[in-house]
Design a protein around this ligand. Structure first.
Ligand code: HAM
Length: 421
């Protein structure tokens, strides 16, 4: 039987973990400076939570959500994103008592998309949500926070794209305007957009198909269609960003694939990525809390795609922390060393010195040394027959290439000394 991982569902191997940890620790540091607190939300949830929040006529809900019926006949979905669940948790646990709740999360999301570089079926996001406030300065705070994270990582080749989609009224009005514009040009749109024209016309604006883009180029702009209140909100967001010298591009056709957005929407793209170049996306969702049973209040957030952000960091040759092996690799030669090396490993561990032992005392020394080098262990301890007799052990420094014989009873103190413990 040859069982492999599902398509678009990847293993993240030990050699890659240092990068993932680094990304998460940078995010945690920056987010906590801005007062965001971590929340862990379930991977599964009721389907209707996502349908209601993301929108029935979106690609995610129509084509990509992984759903199943459980034994209690409940319709369950693997979360395709986290915003809906964070709002659900915010309401369920009455976090609104804190006025403005600033939350962050990280973890896997699931969407049945066609896998390609930077697009997976199980992918990870690191995101924040700020709930309970409509102030435009919060939009600026959240956007700056996303940029600060990238600065902390040391990334440079990214751009911030910004737009406003207005309130529900504006969206409805603009949908009508856009339909009027597209009506005579339907034959120039891809089949997908012809369908979107009927079901969710705003989505035609960010279609990547060339013929559609040509039509969309001259389509009316959302920015020109929003009401004075939403326009004023957007002006304040921009002026706050300007006051902090934040660079951004206004993208009048930027709409997002989730229906809950209102007012400010944004994405961050990276110059070194291919078709899937959005490393982060977010925006306001001022109706969602009420929609899910809360009182009307504003909220805004974003999510970084972790894999795409790592791809971007690799493309920019960011100096990630190196993968480290255990401090010590212990080699026992010959069966007689069995007990002693086991005992030694336990002694080291009890003294907080990490060590690796492979229980294979018949393996050639050369091979084991090569392995120790490959796994990046800092020191090697070798216990052969001679050492056993004399209660000594060979200590090899893999960085310096030096080797010395020391008494077994002094191993812990010698290693602590060398490891500065
Ligand atoms: P989204 O645009 O669907 O927004 O996803 C955010 C980011 O997740 C994308 O920019 C991308 O980097 C990454 N991403 C999305 N789909 C995939 C995929 N199939 N494979 C790899 N990476 C992917 C949201 O999910 C919103 N919840 C963001 C948000 C938070 N809005 C407000 N608060």
């Amino acid at each position: 039987m040859n069982i492999t991982a599902l398509k678009g569902v990847n293993d993240i191997l030990p050699r890659e973990i240092a990068k993932w940890d680094y990304l998460e620790s940078c995010a945690k540091k920056v987010f906590s400076i801005y007062g965001y607190r971590q929340i862990k939300i379930p991977v599964i949830g009721e389907s209707r939570l996502f349908v209601r929040s993301i929108g029935e006529q979106t690609d995610i809900v129509e084509k990509e959500m992984y759903t199943f019926t459980d034994r209690g006949q409940r319709k369950i979905a693997l979360r395709p994103e986290a915003t809906a669940s964070v709002v659900r948790a915010y309401l369920e646990h009455k976090l609104e008592g804190q006025d403005l709740a600033r939350l962050f999360y990280s973890g896997p999301m699931f969407r049945g998309e066609k896998p390609q570089s930077g697009r997976n079926r199980q992918f990870y996001q690191i995101g924040v949500e700020a709930l309970g406030c409509e102030h435009p300065q919060l939009d600026a705070e959240v956007i700056i926070l996303a940029l600060e994270f990238l600065n902390k990582l040391g990334l440079k080749k990214f751009s911030l794209n910004l737009n406003t989609v207005g309130c529900t009224n504006d969206k409805d009005n603009f949908a009508k305007t856009l339909k009027t514009y597209l009506k005579g040009k339907l034959d120039q749109l891809c089949p997908n957009c012809q369908n979107r024209y009927k079901r969710n016309v705003l989505r035609t604006l960010d279609c990547k198909v060339k013929s559609c883009q040509k039509v969309i180029q001259s389509a009316p702009n959302m920015i020109d269609a929003v009401c004075p209140g939403c326009s004023c909100h957007f002006d304040r967001v921009k002026s706050t960003l300007d006051s902090l010298s934040v660079c951004y591009n206004i993208m009048p056709h930027l709409v997002r694939g989730l229906d809950y957005y209102t007012k400010t929407v944004f994405e961050i793209t990276h110059a070194d990525l291919g078709a899937q170049n959005a490393i982060c996306a977010g925006g306001r969702y001022d109706n969602l809390i009420k929609e899910l049973g809360g009182t009307k209040t504003g909220a805004i957030g974003f999510a970084f795609g972790t894999e795409r952000t790592i791809l971007a960091a690799e493309a920019e040759n960011i100096d990630f922390p190196k993968e480290e092996g255990a401090s010590v690799y212990i080699i026992g030669l010959g069966q007689a060393s069995d007990e002693k090396v086991f005992e030694l490993a336990q002694t080291l561990r009890k003294n907080q010195i990490s060590c690796y032992l492979n229980y294979n005392t018949s393996r050639a020394l050369k091979k084991q040394l090569r392995q120790a080098d490959k796994l990046k262990h800092r020191f090697v301890l070798i216990l052969g027959e001679d050492e056993l007799k004399s209660n000594c052990i060979l200590l090899k420094d893999m960085d310096k290439g030096t080797q010395e014989s020391i008494e077994i009873k002094n191993v812990v103190s010698e290693l602590k000394n060398k490891l500065n413990k």
